[in-house]
Design a protein around this ligand. Structure first.
Ligand code: GCU
Length: 344
């Protein structure tokens, strides 16, 4: 609790400094929503916890450039990578209170605001990236879910980027079956479902912010983590946890969230351009993903990492009960059924 508050305060100090420096030029100002305005144009600040090489940064940066062109400079986007504006939990809070305009947050963060989001964080809900993207951009399936945080948190969900398939990696030896994770401290995202997921896989779960993980693995606070190959490489986790075991236990999901007042402050024309360019951005992200994954594997291997296969069926069967255990209301069941019905 204490740590969270301290982190949030640090993030706010950082944001204030950024705001002040944005105002330093004389003709820039910050409106009530936190958006930096300069002359006619508004610069939307977007919080990201990935590096500048990551496909999410690339697709969002391009999104900003196209948006600026499409709105004749009325809107642009500044992407702040590497948790500069805070870890995801804090970034989400900053979007909610309007200090930051947009953020990419993992589905696990939204699960903490509305438990219906947990359905898309379940291990076996999506069969592939294509399946996932089809479901999470289908207005009929996700319309109510994505607007569900507007009243309570002043946050609108716009859609998402895939996290690809997530697998387990360890500091000391590869993993082949859930038994191999016995006694290991496995870092998970801050989510009850993912804590249960780690335990079902045989490990003991340690929730931790993404940016703390390299040091966590290096110092032995945790012995294992789970993520996709792209983050494994771009965060340099392979340096401290060189055994990547292809559990492929989950197709993870990131969301783009925006402060609802900022979104509603757009003219119909600008909103149309914004939506069109965001669609182009998540399509670009999906296109980049496969190559980024292959490159990440090759580069991590060159850096000493090994990628090994596991007993997939053993992992699948320990994770299967989670859906029944965690789906507790009709909305969740309907989302789950719709997602499964969209599988090939
Ligand atoms: C992925 C995902 C991030 C998330 C991270 C994590 O990298 O894209 O949004 O924060 O996993 O495990 O925390």
């Amino acid at each position: 609790m204490k740590t969270t508050r301290r982190l949030a305060a640090t993030a706010l100090v950082g944001v204030t400094a950024l705001t002040l420096s944005a105002c330093g030029g004389g003709d820039a100002d910050t409106d009530a929503g936190g958006t930096t305005t300069s002359g006619e144009g508004a610069t939307l600040r977007l919080a990201l916890n990935q590096t500048e090489e990551h496909p999410s940064f690339i697709a969002l940066d391009n999104f900003g450039e196209r948006l600026e062109e499409a709105t004749d400079g009325r809107y642009s986007i500044d992407v702040y990578p590497n948790e500069t504006l805070g870890a995801q939990q804090e970034a989400l809070q900053l979007v909610s209170d309007g200090t930051v305009d947009m953020a990419i947050v993992s589905g696990t963060q939204l699960e903490n605001l509305n438990e219906d989001f947990l359905v898309f964080n379940l291990p076996q809900v999506f069969d592939s990236v294509e399946h996932q993207m089809r479901v999470i951009h289908d207005e009929e399936i996700v319309g109510d879910l994505y607007s569900s945080l507007e009243e309570s948190n002043n946050v609108t969900v716009l859609g998402g980027f895939t996290q690809g398939t997530r697998s387990v990696y360890t500091t000391d030896a590869p993993v082949e079956t859930p038994e191999d994770l016995a006694g290991k401290k496995l870092r998970v995202q801050e989510s009850d479902l993912h804590i249960a997921m780690a335990e079902a896989m045989g490990a003991s779960a340690t929730p931790m912010a993404f940016g703390e993980l390299y040091t966590g693995l290096q110092s032995g606070v945790v012995d294992a983590a789970e993520n996709n190959e792209v983050s494994y490489f771009t965060q340099k986790h392979y340096e401290v946890a060189p055994y990547f075991s292809n559990t492929n236990h989950l197709v993870g999901l990131d969301y783009l969230v925006i402060n609802t007042d900022v979104l509603e402050g757009m003219s119909p024309e600008d909103r149309e351009a914004f939506d069109a360019e965001w669609t182009a951005a998540h399509e670009e992200h999906t296109d980049l993903w496969q190559t980024a994954t292959e490159d990440a594997i090759a580069q991590a291997e060159a850096g000493g990492a090994t990628f090994t296969d596991v007993d997939t069926e053993a992992f699948r069967s320990v994770l299967e009960p989670l859906a029944e255990e965690f789906i507790t209301n009709e909305t969740q069941q309907a989302l789950y059924d719709a997602a499964r019905a969209a599988a090939e």
